[in-house]
Design a protein around this ligand. Structure first.
Ligand SMILES: O=C(O)CCC(=O)C(=O)O
Ligand SMILES: [Fe+2]
Length: 158
């Protein structure tokens, strides 16, 4: 989902998602969430949100960084805000390619988790398979698109 007239597609592995404009419920939710992250003005809101549904513990996301060109997370400070809803799942972080010092955070319904600075350059994250989890989880991940795709009307505004 995107703010304004952005047509950038989001690619995740082989999946490509066409953007939808933020619906009214998304703006209502952001009015609640963003001040919790110190973002008090609507003009400063993240301009994209990715929604993930994990049907149960068999659904997972492997080790990766959010290093899409759109977000420039490997080259500059990059803030990512995530809201978890539904079942508690583990969110893990590790230094690039090293399992040695993996950090595990249980993310519970209502939890906000942010990744900031150069995290996408130096660390990877994942949501591992957890077969004992039987309930669904929804994760909303807000990010700022800073490099719009060629042809995107929002490109003019940045
Ligand atoms: O579900 C989560 O908490 C993380 C999802 C994620 O890493 C992503 O969408 O890039
Ligand atoms: Fe991610």
């Amino acid at each position: 989902m995107v703010y304004f007239d952005c047509t950038c597609t989001y690619r995740y592995g082989r999946i490509e998602v066409e953007p939808q404009r933020y619906p009214p419920w998304m703006c209502t939710l952001m009015h609640w969430v963003m001040p919790c992250c110190g973002i008090n003005e609507q003009k400063d809101w993240p301009n994209s949100c990715n929604l993930n549904l994990y049907q149960d513990g068999s659904a997972s996301v492997g080790w990766h960084a959010d290093d899409e060109h759109l977000f420039q997370g490997k080259n500059r400070d990059c803030r990512i805000i995530s809201l978890s809803l539904g079942a508690t799942r583990s969110f893990e972080l590790r230094r690039n390619w090293s399992e040695a010092d993996t950090i595990r955070l249980p993310l519970t319904a209502g939890d906000l988790c942010t990744m900031e600075g150069m995290v996408q350059k130096h660390l990877q994250h994942r949501v591992p398979r957890e077969d004992q989890v039987r309930a669904p989880r929804i994760n909303l991940t807000w990010r700022w698109i800073v490099r719009h795709s060629p042809g995107c009307p929002a490109r003019r505004s940045v």
